[in-house]
Design a protein around this ligand. Structure first.
Ligand code: ATP
Ligand code: MG
Length: 441
């Protein structure tokens, strides 16, 4: 999971970094406190502890007089004292025993836990050890100090981590998320929205690189489209002249199968260049002649025109038309709707049904064509709106056409701020739907 999530990675790094910092600070403080304790001991505690040991040794530890002296000292100096004979190996810390061998005086060099220990000598010989605990206000044991000094840096660092890590993550992840959205739009074909981030760092540069890629792709597409428009435009002249020459040839030679073939191919070429021109004009936004258009009227006209042809090919063409007022270029909308009906008739075998519907749904008008034809495979479906895309070459050749029909429909509907979608089950049929803003009132 860590490999796939930047958020988790940053979080893990931050936690490790903050923990390392906390450990370093902890040890720095610990060393400082240790040194401080040793110096407190040497300056203030050591003389007192040595004094106590001398007093106890003099009174004779273990004797009633010695015990009385211990009680007296406890009261007088606000300390707690315990005396252990040197032979009492279970109580006296081993460290003190080791230190005692090297020491001239009997005092220990540092505190052991909450206590100070001191060797009690008599005639230069160790006879026991005294355990000393000072009562407040003489605070020098480690626990009291550590509570005050040791944990607050850790607490501060913990709080800092809690407060600082989320903005850090947001700071890195938020622009990445925005960039992701912008790039997805780019991939979706939106080449107009700039991919821009107001940053000077690597992310800003990445966005700038994407933006220059966007402009480059846009320029290339533009050039390609224009080439297509220019070529189809330029082809029109020779095509007209060829049709003229073919008419003259027909006059000269009369009925000839080759001339009939020529006429057919010339017709195909003429349709193709016409459709190409229409596609590029619609894409480049040649001005629309806008008026109120009722899609039910458009559909009625189209169905009436095709009724005969449908009957001849054994297809039942039905219509269920409710008023559906929108605004747009009537000729172009007629063309878009006509293309969908033509497809349905073309890709539905004899005996099938084609249903043309129009209706108003909320603030949209819907025009749809449902057929019981050959359908489109799931792999082909996402591509059918691409120019020249024809999924099955063999079956397409049989039905004729260039694969520009749906591309033209999409270009027209896009210009009318509408949507066109195709839903299909391979082998069972297709529903093509156009949705446009309704003209209210
Ligand atoms: P043109 O429309 O340029 O004469 P075409 O019909 O092949 O040629 P499009 O209308 O763009 O091109 O359709 C693209 C492809 O989508 C078609 O070749 C066809 O395979 C498939 N298709 C479109 N509509 C249907 C439908 N109603 N049923 C089955 N397949 C369809
Ligand atoms: Mg078509």
């Amino acid at each position: 999971m860590l490999r796939h999530s930047l958020i988790l990675k940053i979080y893990a790094y931050a936690v490790v970094a903050f923990s390392a910092l906390a450990v370093v600070i902890y040890f720095a403080f610990d060393t400082m406190m240790r040194n401080q304790e040793v110096s407190i001991f040497q300056e203030r505690v050591s003389p007192q502890v040595t004094f106590l040991a001398d007093e106890v040794a003099e009174a004779g530890p273990g004797t009633p007089a010695g015990k009385a002296r211990l009680v007296e000292l406890q009261r007088g100096m606000s300390v707690q004292l315990w005396y252990y004979p040197w032979s009492d190996s279970t109580h006296i810390p081993a460290k003190l025993r080791r230190e005692a061998q090297d020491m001239e005086t009997g005092a220990s060099t540092s505190p052991y836990g909450q206590f100070y220990w001191v060797r009690v000598d008599q005639a230069g010989k160790a006879i026991g050890a005294l355990r000393v605990r000072f009562r407040p206000p003489f605070r020098s044991n480690r626990q009291q100090q550590s509570r005050r000094f040791y944990y607050w840096p850790l607490l501060v660092i913990g709080m800092l981590a809690l407060v600082l890590i989320p903005p850090l993550i947001y700071w890195v992840i938020h622009p990445l998320r925005r960039l992701e959205g912008l790039v997805l739009r780019l991939a979706d074909g939106d080449l107009k929205t700039p991919v821009r981030l107001d940053r000077q760092d690597e992310l800003g540069r990445l966005a700038a690189a994407f933006d220059s890629m966007r402009l480059q792709v846009r320029r290339m597409l533009h050039e390609k489209e224009h080439l297509l428009t220019d070529v189809s435009h330029e082809l029109r002249g020779p095509l007209t002249r060829m049709a003229l020459a073919q008419d003259l040839l027909e006059d000269d030679l009369g009925n000839n199968p080759y001339i009939a073939r020529l006429r057919k191919e010339l017709g195909n070429l003429d349709t193709l260049t016409g459709e190409l021109l229409s596609l590029s004009r619609n894409r480049h936004g040649v001005p629309l002649t806008v008026s109120a258009v009722d899609l039910s009227a458009v559909a009625g006209e189209l169905v009436a025109e095709r009724d005969l042809l449908a009957g001849q090919t054994g297809i039942t063409l039905k219509a269920a038309l409710a008023p559906a007022q929108t605004e747009g270029d009537a000729a172009l909308l007629l063309r878009a709707c006509g293309n969908l009906i033509d497809n349905a008739l073309k890709y539905t075998p004899s005996g099938g049904t084609v249903l043309v519907e129009s209706r108003l749904v909320n603030d949209r008008v819907i025009f749809s064509v449902t057929d019981t034809g050959i359908g489109i495979t799931a792999e082909a479906l996402p591509h059918v709106f691409e120019p020249f895309y024809r999924p099955d070459a063999a079956r397409s050749r049989e039905t004729g056409g260039s694969g520009l029909g749906l591309a033209i429909v999409k270009a027209i509907i896009d210009r009318h701020r509408g949507d066109v979608t195709l839903a299909s089950t391979d082998g069972q049929g297709t529903t093509a739907t156009i949705s446009l803003p309704a003209l209210i009132g």
